[in-house]
Design a protein around this ligand. Structure first.
Ligand code: ADP
Length: 430
């Protein structure tokens, strides 16, 4: 660049020097100088005009002929324009490839700005969410997805769990929404069609519910006959022993069926219906009595600490089942003579039902999976105590349905604490 400028300066200086010399020789120095400068300016204006016309061309054609400095300027600009064109066409290829890829995506992808206005979406966005290319551009997402749950989910800022909802465009489509933040509070919304999965899950739930229901009647008959035979009392001792074992196993089957039916009922409705104020302390005392009856023969040191004037708005039957399961577990798994502490209290954060025992405890490797259906820490321990592996799954489900959270704190050999936390807004003063 510096080389070009110094060359131009020396050419210009030579021109002026020649004009001065010729002017001095013919004794018209001023006229010659003006004439030379005029001609030089005309040439510059002409070259600039040529440059202007050439730059205005859409296509990158060869530059006009020019000598000296102007030739170098044209060549330099030609190279820059050619490079820019190559980059432009590479970029267009990239955009084209991205559009093909986004159109092939089965999931709806929507890019939102920090105010949830829709900036861009792919073809599946039109099919699954009913977005229209022209009219919805830059419009708020909540004009399309108006469900209060969805709006709450977006504003919550916690996108660790996806949200399941029907498509606003076609209610027969079940969608799973996930949000990822990027850039300056911009968001990427992905909606996946999970209708097939939902149907499959529904079929599974129906099957479990129907099978459990159908098993109930034959089992009741078997249990009835077993009870009648055992009541007669004059059975040979070997038969008596076998019958007692059969009765024990049929009792286990019965409790398994009851738990399966309970879980099916919980699965079939997303939210708790028929809610009313529940006297938690009263319910805990009743549940404790039935749990104690179920593990008759064991003696524990049980202490109870209850905030009697605080209740919960919820479904009594479900809460009763959850709390009974926790008490039943504590009584079953804690050794004879062990201590159990039952507490119901409330503070600024909400209400908490907790049950602490000094039983065998649970190793930390099991804690993440302990609330899964049929998950057992130790098959021998559960079988011995007649467990179905469904109790904690029921507890977690019920607590979640009441907007609460189940927390398990346990150390092997030192006992366990199961705590159910409930939010303030479902607590009532009794
Ligand atoms: P189960 O019907 O087998 O008891 P749960 O879902 O109620 O099924 O419990 C799952 C497992 O958690 C049990 O198999 C048991 O090993 C363990 N468990 C539950 N409660 C306690 C407790 N209070 N102390 C020790 N282990 C427990």
């Amino acid at each position: 660049m510096l080389k070009v400028s110094s060359k131009a300066i020396s050419t210009f200086s030579l021109l002026i020097f020649s004009a001065i010399t010729i002017g001095w020789l013919i004794d018209h120095m001023a006229y010659t100088l003006v004439l030379v400068l005029f001609v030089w300016s005309v040439i510059q204006i002409h070259q600039m005009h040529k440059l202007n016309i050439w730059l205005a061309q859409e296509l990158v054609i060869d530059p006009p002929e020019a000598n000296g400095e102007w030739g170098e300027v044209f060549d330099h600009l030609y190279r820059i324009r050619k490079l820019r064109r190559t980059r432009e066409s590479e970029l267009l290829d990239e955009i084209d490839r991205f559009q093909q890829f986004s159109a092939a995506l089965k999931d709806a992808v929507v890019i939102l700005d920090h105010q949830y206005n829709m900036q861009w979406w792919n073809r599946a966005g039109e099919e699954l969410l009913g977005l229209k290319n022209q009219s919805d551009q830059d419009m708020p997402l909540f004009n399309i997805l108006r469900d209060p749950n969805f709006i709450r989910y977006c504003h919550s800022g916690d996108y660790s769990e996806p949200l399941l909802q029907k498509s606003p465009h076609n209610p027969s489509i079940e969608l799973q929404y996930t949000i990822t933040e990027f850039g300056e509070s911009e968001k990427l919304l992905v909606a996946r069609d999970i209708s097939d999965l939902t149907r499959l899950e529904q079929t599974r739930q129906d099957f479990v519910a129907n099978a459990s229901h159908e098993l109930r009647t034959p089992l009741t008959v078997i249990r009835g006959y077993l009870e009648t035979f055992l009541d007669q009392g004059n059975l040979p001792s070997a038969l008596q022993k076998a019958m007692l074992q059969m009765q024990q196993q049929s009792d286990r089957m019965q409790s398994l069926i009851v738990d399966l039916l309970m879980l099916s009922r919980l699965d079939s409705t997303e939210v708790v219906v028929d809610i009313s104020p529940v006297n938690v302390s009263g319910m805990i005392m009743v549940a404790l009595e039935s749990a104690e009856l179920a593990v008759e023969g064991k003696k524990h040191n049980i202490s109870v600490d209850l905030a009697e004037n605080i209740g919960l708005i919820g479904k009594e039957k479900e809460l009763h089942s959850a709390f009974t399961n926790l008490m039943y577990n504590a009584l079953r798994y804690t050794q004879d003579g062990g201590s159990i502490n039952i507490k119901w209290h409330c503070d600024d954060a909400g209400g908490c039902f907790s049950i602490t025992d000094n039983g065998p405890g649970i190793s930390s490797i099991h804690l993440d999976r302990i609330t899964e259906r049929f998950y057992r820490v130790d098959d021998d321990r559960s079988t011995e105590s007649g467990g179905s592996g469904l109790g904690l799954a029921i507890v977690k489900n019920v607590v979640n349905r009441h907007q609460g959270r189940l927390d398990v704190n346990s150390h092997l050999g030192h006992g366990s604490t199961f705590s159910c936390y409930f939010p303030l807004d479902i607590l009532v003063e009794l």
